[in-house]
Write a protein that binds this ligand. Sequence first.
Ligand code: ZN
Length: 160
Amino acid sequence: MVKIALQIKATLENIVSVRTHTDYNYFLKIKCTNCSEESDKWHDVNEKETFPSKTAKSDVNFLVKCKLCSRENSLDIIPKSTGEYTSDDQGKFKTIVVFDCRGIEPTAFSPRDGWIAVAEESGKVFEDVDLTEKEWVDYDDKTNQSVGIYELESQFVKQK
Ligand code: ZN
């Protein structure tokens, strides 16, 4: 088992924090560590969805049979590993979720929609924030300020 953290970096405008949630779909590209086959397809992984696995001996959040070597690979979202990205974290990468990987590694992350962002001054909560374009702009009607998330980047880091 290999633990791999998904980290993000972003610039926040009048936003104090941005995060995913337990029903968020992480869209990932996956590589088989046995034969190095990498699929072009995006796979969605959701902490609330589970599938029965023979090799993992318990239910897993994501299960895939490698097209090339036919090995059954799986991945789990480690419960309570999710974290929020705050205005204090700007300029550096921070872990927002950790995956427990068996036989596969995520190679790319597509942020898409479903993020939750909180405005800095008013505390207004924006739900279902769409970061598909790696940026998002909205308006806080409580403070008459524009709010936004820009220059979203992501990376994967293996944990010891
Ligand atoms: Zn394979």
